[in-house]
Design a protein around this ligand. Structure first.
Ligand code: FAD
Length: 344
């Protein structure tokens, strides 16, 4: 009796591990101008939690795919890189890329497809999930190694939801909150490359042009230091005159509250929060930001939060590690001067 139970348990566990071995993950590797978007490295780490084979897929114009290929082949832990090169896939237009992924995945025995929860991931993956009639599992901060339980924040990060994906979903379509996973290491990988048939899309959606905000500062989403300003800055000129020098002194990216963006003081791409970017830098300086929950949703995981606000009761002080009750128009330039002279 005991022996039969033991045999059954061992058969079940070997079945489970065989199923795990069969599972394999694919990471959608984002790139621009022949350079890998760093956020994809966080998605690779999330995929590797499953302990199964992990491959990557690069989709884009021929020149973009060729440009990024050497870099992605070296990502540690990726065994294979699939490529699909065609002008139809340039600029990651969801209308063209999602049908391509939908046609490639079933033949490759993929159990999980991951992407970073970036503008591209948020655009392509829900469309793909729709085509595959699968659930969209968005913005996860953790996953269990079984591969069917995922954790994601909801209500601007005020509650944490655990989702068990439906067994009917043959392929789990998952986007990853990049700040929740370390970046996969690069340099040690030696993935093989397999070209997949890149069918021409019949989409009526065409790329026309884009306007880019060029900045010499670090990218806001991945910067290790961020200096953000709020409505209290009162104008775009003040943003540039008061915040930029502090950001320059710290080698930081500049961010903004939605109120500052809505008032036209800062570009939309700089918004931090529930409807903006989610950041978790080593240092986050909030100047003249009240600390509304929607703003906190985008920065409260920062390692060290410094708040400058003239209202001692401002909610931002509840999450701040260092609080300065002061007028930012005096405090920020003084702080900048001190940092510059300490560096000299
Ligand atoms: P305010 O709330 O007006 O705060 C200004 C602060 O500056 C005050 O605390 C004041 O004491 C201080 N201050 C004034 N003068 C000075 C001075 N001279 N020196 C120092 N301090 C001074 N907000 C976001 O930021 N990101 C989001 O992604 C976002 N998404 C949203 C989504 C939804 C659905 C909704 C409803 C709202 C969202 N908001 C978001 C808006 C959010 O609720 C707040 O309105 C916004 O964050 C306030 O911005 P603020 O702190 O700059 O402005």
């Amino acid at each position: 009796m005991l022996l039969r139970a033991a045999l059954r348990t061992s058969r079940l566990s070997s079945l489970a591990s065989a199923q795990r071995r069969l599972a394999s993950s694919l990471v959608f590797l984002e790139h621009k101008n022949g350079k890998l978007n760093d956020s994809s490295l966080n998605a690779v780490t999330a995929a590797q939690t499953l302990g199964s084979d992990t491959a990557g897929i690069v989709v884009g114009s021929k020149s973009d795919v060729d440009g990024v290929l050497e870099e992605v082949k070296k990502i540690d832990g990726l065994t294979k890189i699939y490529t699909a090169a065609s002008d139809d896939y340039a600029h990651a237009l969801a209308e063209n890329v999602a049908p391509l992924l939908a046609s490639v995945l079933p033949a490759k025995n993929i159990s999980h497809l991951f992407a970073a929860h970036t503008a591209v991931g948020k655009n392509v993956f829900p469309r793909l999930a729709g085509i595959l009639d699968s659930s969209m599992i968005a913005d996860i901060v953790a996953l269990e190694s079984s591969g069917d339980v995922f954790t994601r924040p909801i209500y601007a990060g005020n509650a944490i939801l655990k989702i068990k994906s439906s067994p009917k979903d043959a392929i789990k379509i998952v986007t990853v909150r990049t700040t929740a996973f370390d970046k996969a290491k690069t340099g040690g990988g030696s993935a093989t490359v397999e070209e997949v048939e890149a069918k021409s899309g019949d989409s009526t959606t065409k790329y026309v042009s884009e306007e880019l905000t060029i900045s010499s500062r670090p990218d806001l989403s991945s910067a290790s230091r961020v200096v953000s300003g709020g409505r209290a800055l009162k104008s775009q000129e003040n943003f540039n005159k008061i915040l930029d020098p502090l950001a320059d002194a710290l080698g930081a990216a500049v961010g903004a509250s939605r109120a500052a963006v809505d008032a036209g003081y800062a570009d939309n791409s700089l918004q931090v929060g529930q409807t903006g970017k989610v950041v978790a830098p080593e240092l986050y300086v909030a100047a003249g930001i009240s600390g509304a929950i929607q703003h906190l949703a985008g920065m409260k995981e920062s390692k060290l939060i410094v708040a400058i606000n003239k209202d001692a009761d401002a909610p931002i002080f509840q999450v701040a590690d260092v609080g300065l009750v002061a007028d930012l128009f005096e405090a920020v330039p003084e702080l900048t001067k001190k940092i510059e002279s300490a560096k000299a």
